[in-house]
Design a binder for this molecule. Structure first.
Ligand SMILES: C[S@@+](CC[C@H](N)C(=O)[O-])C[C@H]1O[C@@H](n2cnc3c(N)ncnc32)[C@H](O)[C@@H]1O
Length: 290
C-alpha cells in the first residue's frame, strides 16, 4: 500500500512534533483511559475470523492488536496513523505478541486511504480531529467493500466530560483564549459530541444504518494530583490554552493555575491507583451501502 508522506500538512507536522512527545509521556494515562471505552465494545462488534480490518488513527495500536487476535491468522489488520513514533510502538508490541497479521502504515486519512479493500473500519478517538470530517469519513467508507461496516468511538459533548472542560475553564481564568490562528490538533476532541450533527455528517459521508451507543466510563487521569495537573496542562483543551499563551506568560501563571487545579482533582474519586474522572463517549456504527 503506497501512502504518500512526503508532503505532510501542517496538521500532521504538528502531531509529529508538538503533540507526539506529550502523548508519549502520558501514554500510560491516555491508552489506559481510551481503551476503557473500547474494551467492552470490540468483542461485541460483528468481527470474525478471516476478516480484513482498517484501524484509522490507530495511535500506538493496542486496539489494532486486539482486533488482530479476533480476525486470526486468516484475517488481517492495517493500522494507519500520521505519527511515525506511535506506529513504531505498535510494530514493537505486535512483534512481542507474535502477531503477524497486523501491519502499521504511515498515512493521513484526510489525504488518502486504501479503497474498496476492507470488511470493517474501526477508529478510536481519531476521527474528531479531522479538519474536513465529512470528506475523511467518506474516505473511510470508500476503504470498505460494498456492505462493509465501520465503528468509530468519539467523545460525547464537553459537558459530559467534565474533567477536560474543567481543566480548560481553570486555565482560561488565568490565561487568554487561543487566537483563531493558534496551532491545534484540529476541530478538537468534542467536535463529534453532538449526536444530531454527527449523524448528519455520517449520512453526508454516504453511510447507512447509523447507530449511536453511549458509553460512560471512569478513567484514570493521573496517579496523584500533580500528575493530573501536569497531564491537563500538556494535553487536551486546558493544555492547548496553556501552550498557546506562550511559555513566559504560562509559566508566570502556573502556580495559580496549579493551585486551583489541585483543589479540583483532589475532589475527584481517588483509589490506590490514582484519581478517576467520569468520561462519556459515543460508539457510532454504520454500513457502507456500496
Ligand atoms: C487521541 S489519539 C487516539 C489514538 C488511538 N486510536 C487510541 O485510541 O489510543 C488520535 C490519533 O489520531 C491520529 N490522527 C489524527 N488525525 C489523523 C489523520 N488525519 N490521519 C491519520 N491519523 C490521524 C493521531 O496521530 C493520534 O494517534
Amino acid at each position: 500500500m503506497a501512502l504518500d508522506n512526503k508532503d505532510d500538512t501542517d496538521f500532521v507536522k504538528f502531531w509529529n512534533t508538538v503533540l507526539e512527545p506529550k502523548f508519549t509521556k502520558y501514554r500510560h494515562i491516555l491508552q489506559g483511559g481510551l481503551s476503557r471505552h473500547s474494551a467492552a465494545v470490540i468483542p461485541n462488534l460483528p468481527l470474525g475470523e478471516g476478516m480484513s480490518v482498517l484501524d484509522v488513527g490507530c495511535g500506538w495500536g493496542d486496539m489494532s492488536l486486539q482486533v488482530a487476535e479476533i480476525v486470526g491468522s486468516n484475517g488481517r489488520v492495517v493500522g494507519i496513523d500520521c505519527v511515525d513514533a506511535f506506529l513504531e510502538e505498535g510494530r514493537k508490541d505486535a512483534a512481542e505478541k507474535g502477531l503477524r497479521n497486523v501491519t502499521f502504515a504511515r498515512g493521513d486519512a484526510e489525504v488518502a486511504l486504501p479503497e474498496n479493500e476492507f470488511d470493517y473500519v474501526v477508529a478510536r478517538f481519531g476521527t474528531m480531529f479531522f479538519t474536513n470530517p465529512v470528506a475523511a469519513l467518506r474516505r473511510m467508507r470508500l476503504a470498505l467493500k460494498p456492505g462493509g461496516q465501520m465503528t468509530h468511538i468519539v467523545w460525547r459533548r464537553r459537558e459530559d466530560n467534565p474533567a477536560w472542560q474543567k481543566a480548560k475553564d481553570i486555565t482560561l481564568r488565568h490565561l487568554p483564549a487561543p487566537g483563531a490562528d493558534a496551532d491545534s490538533c484540529g476541530p478538537g476532541p468534542f467536535s463529534m459530541g453532538n449526536q444530531e450533527t454527527t449523524g448528519l455528517m455520517m449520512k453526508s459521508a454516504g453511510y447507512e444504518d447509523v447507530t449511536f451507543t453511549r458509553v460512560d466510563e471512569k478513567i484514570l487521569v493521573g496517579r496523584n494530583p500533580e500528575e493530573c495537573i501536569a497531564f491537563a496542562l500538556a494535553i487536551g483543551p486546558g493544555g492547548e490554552v496553556f501552550r498557546e499563551a506562550g511559555e513566559e506568560m504560562a509559566e508566570a501563571k502556573r502556580p495559580e493555575i496549579e493551585s486551583e487545579m489541585h483543589g479540583y482533582f483532589e475532589s475527584q474519586e481517588v483509589d490506590d491507583d490514582g484519581i478517576w474522572a467520569p468520561t462519556s463517549s459515543w460508539v457510532i456504527s454504520a454500513r457502507n451501502p456500496g
